[in-house]
Design a protein around this ligand. Structure first.
Ligand SMILES: C[S@@+](CC[C@H](N)C(=O)[O-])C[C@H]1O[C@@H](n2cnc3c(N)ncnc32)[C@H](O)[C@@H]1O
Length: 261
């Protein structure tokens, strides 16, 4: 590797197993000047030991809000994250999609009951939007609904977390989780500059079949696909998740976020 590139590579490798900075770990950061093999190298050894408990992830999600008005989630499951996000009352609108009709029904009941107790979401049907369907298809509807419902900044924190996950979850009929479709939809959305993407469960994205026979694309494929569309994308790996945002965005916080032009 040429010396300049090696030094850039080492600089960005704030890497694995280092001291936690307060409540979250920054395990790697890189951008589109890095190659796919750089990314593979940086994330080599990313495994179950990087699993994080939910509360740490919830705090991270909320810290990404900046001036974004919506939270978009794929894979509602039992609405664990959704309930925390609602309780924080930070977002004007909250969107989530689930593929399993049974989970969608259960989560809708729990979430809507909880929302009624919160001042910001007292009329939950207007601010809390729960969809049943395949997130790879429904995400474009969620993005356009998010833009249509926001009065100010149209940006969204997009938590991409739909995949088969044992027990009562859906998706085992899909060879690959819908991540690449979801990602493309966010990257090409009309308000793309205002969004931040978080891909959960990074330890599972190995490009090899998992126990449940789904194949999760490697982070380097996600990096390549993103850089084809967002030339200025920045990436950070933290808390078993990959955060992606366009650096051209005006600075709402360290992860960008702009106001509607
Ligand atoms: C890991 S769980 C989600 C956890 C949840 N996001 C949270 O943070 O509490 C993954 C969920 O994705 C759902 N799922 C799988 N494939 C899907 C698809 N194509 N579209 C929407 N949901 C899907 C599963 O049924 C499962 O409930």
């Amino acid at each position: 590797m040429p010396r300049a590139r090696r030094s850039r590579f080492l600089q960005s490798a704030l890497f694995l197993f280092q001291v936690p900075c307060t409540e979250s770990y920054v395990e790697a950061s890189f951008d589109c000047s890095h190659s796919q093999s750089d990314v593979d190298q940086l994330l080599k050894g990313y495994s179950d030991s990087h699993r994080r408990e939910g509360r740490q992830k919830d705090r991270m999600l909320l810290s990404l809000r900046g001036n974004r008005s919506s939270f978009i989630e794929t894979g509602t499951n039992h609405a664990k994250t959704l309930m925390s996000v609602l309780s924080a009352e930070q977002f004007d609108h909250v969107f989530s999609v689930e593929y399993s009709p049974m989970l969608h029904r259960l989560a809708s009941r729990t979430v809507l009951q909880h929302a009624e107790t919160l001042p910001r979401y007292k009329q939950p049907n207007q601010r809390v939007h729960l969809y049943l369907g395949d997130s790879g298809k429904v995400i474009t509807t969620m993005l356009s609904d998010a833009a249509a419902t926001s009065n100010g900044p149209a940006g969204a924190v997009c938590w991409l977390d739909a995949h088969y996950s044992h027990k009562d979850t859906a998706g085992n009929d899909q060879k690959e989780p819908p991540l690449m479709l979801e990602l493309r939809a966010v990257l090409t959305d009309q308000f793309w500059r205002e969004h931040v993407v978080i891909i959960d469960d990074l330890r599972m994205w190995t490009g090899r079949p998992t126990n449940d026979h789904q194949i999760y694309p490697r982070p380097s494929r996600v990096h390549q696909e993103t850089c084809n569309l967002w030339k200025d994308a920045r990436f950070r790996v933290s808390n078993d998740a990959m955060i992606i945002w366009p650096s051209a965005a005006a600075k709402g916080n360290q992860y960008g976020a702009t106001v509607r032009r």
